[in-house]
Design a protein around this ligand. Structure first.
Ligand code: ARG
Length: 431
């Protein structure tokens, strides 16, 4: 061994001897509240005491007993629950004037503002989000900055660029002059080989999940709202490749045929899922495919997008989708399809993510089911059940509180009054 490496070794040993795990110093906190939503059992509990040590929950009690060595944060007459999870957001953008978005806003503008959206999302009670489609890997950079504690925001599962066919929903150039070039990273990939390469590209630059466009969409210029945009062979290859890299797949799919193709290809979740028929529902149940349906979106698009000067053709497509999507959702709930909460926030303002709870109960879910969709069930879809999604010993101490009782009035979810993420108070309860 050289002298310098001996020196380095002994230095390392000295540092190791000094290092004490942060948990040994961190004070234990006991968060207490009159009510707790136990999403694991589907019951409402009283006199909740959640003991937090460092980043994690170490004990959950429902006898009001606060451990002597813990600092108490008493929230009083509120309902406590796990941090909420939104499985479909676009954290790096927000709808604005159509022409500004198309011609005057670059991914750099989006990157500059993304931290604001992340903060609003967190303060609305969403401590984990899955970002499905991001320009220039902004979601990856944001995720990393948040994980390092440099930026305030939710835990992010990032997708990088969303894959899709030339001329399809992921192709920003569709509908514009062929002489207009949109530069930058793109998710456009046609054919099995290019698709496999694009999945690898996303994984290479940090994607946790793969998003692709199985069908046409509303807020894009293709003629149809839901026709398939990949062949079965292409979808099969995409899912096979993503799963080989242990990445789950989220498929944007409005139309019945595209939904079925995506499900047969083995995707983990169908996003939007607007036109479900009995066979599609049966197929989803057979394959255990999740439905992530953004059923609040329609209200916002129909009330605001004309003002934002979006082309009438897109608004017309929304009129074809909105109500049917909600009816599909209701049938899926009845048939027992697995439902995870996902809103498409970014289409409407970040921070309003909880507005969808009321829609989900209006269209078939009980309030408890809606809360479970946004917590324990969402964590299952994300493959993070051992980390987030419940108030349970061992999980991250991600907690939110709302006034009143959401099981009686789900709209209180829009007034989150306290947020803790990983044991850190992000939004203190008002005194
Ligand atoms: N991003 C989606 C699309 O453009 C939004 C769909 C919104 N409409 C709805 N009814 N969920 O296709």
């Amino acid at each position: 061994m050289s002298r310098s490496s001996v020196l380095r070794q002994s230095l390392l040993a000295a540092v190791a001897a000094l290092a004490v795990s942060p948990a040994a110093f961190a004070e234990r906190i006991a968060v207490t509240a009159d009510r707790l939503v136990d999403v694991d059992s589907g019951a409402l509990r009283e006199k909740a005491v959640v003991v937090v040590d460092g980043e994690r929950i170490v004990e959950v009690r429902t006898d009001g007993q606060v451990p002597a060595d813990a600092r108490r944060i008493d929230l009083g007459d509120v309902t406590l629950m796990p941090g909420l999870i939104d499985c479909h957001v676009h954290i790096d953008g927000q709808s604005g004037d159509f022409y500004t978005e198309a011609f005057r806003r670059s991914p750099i503008d989006n990157a500059v503002k993304a931290h604001l959206y992340a903060r609003r999302t967190l303060l609305a009670g969403f401590t984990t989000v899955r970002n499905v489609g991001s320009a220039e890997f902004i979601d990856v950079a944001l995720r990393n900055a948040i994980n390092r504690g440099e930026v305030q925001g939710p835990r992010i599962l990032a997708s990088g660029v969303a894959l899709g066919a030339t001329g399809g929903h992921a192709d920003g150039g569709t509908g514009f002059s062929p002489y207009l070039r949109f530069e930058g990273y793109s998710g456009i990939a046609d054919g099995v080989d290019a698709i496999r390469a694009k999945v690898r590209f996303d994984v290479k630059y940090g994607a946790d999940v793969i998003k692709f466009m199985a069908s046409a969409g509303v807020l894009s210029e293709e003629e149809s709202v839901g026709e398939p945009q990949y062949s079965q062979e292409e979808m099969n290859a995409l899912v096979d490749e993503a799963h080989r890299w242990h990445r789950k797949v989220a498929a944007h799919a409005h139309g019945t045929e595209a939904i079925k193709m995506a499900v047969r290809a083995g995707v983990d979740s169908v996003e939007h899922g607007s036109f479900l028929d009995d066979e599609a529902i049966a197929l989803m149940n057979k394959h255990g495919t999740w439905l992530v349906a953004d059923i609040y979106n329609d209200d916002y698009i129909l009330s605001e997008f004309a003002r934002l000067k979006y082309p009438e053709s897109m608004i017309e497509k929304e009129r074809k989708v909105g109500r049917i999507q909600r009816e599909s959702f209701q049938r899926a709930v009845k048939a027992g399809v697995k439902i995870a909460y996902g809103t498409d926030a970014g289409v409407y303002p970040h921070g309003d993510n909880a507005k969808q709870f009321a829609k989900m109960t209006q269209w078939g879910q009980t309030p408890m089911q809606a809360l479970q969709s946004a917590t324990v069930r969402a964590a299952e879809l994300l493959g993070r059940s051992d980390q987030v999604g419940a108030v349970r010993k061992g999980l991250y101490a991600d907690l939110v509180a709302v006034p009143g009782n959401p099981l009686n009035d789900i709209a209180v979810m829009e007034n989150v009054s306290f947020v803790m993420k990983g044991g850190k108070v992000e939004k203190p309860a008002a005194p």
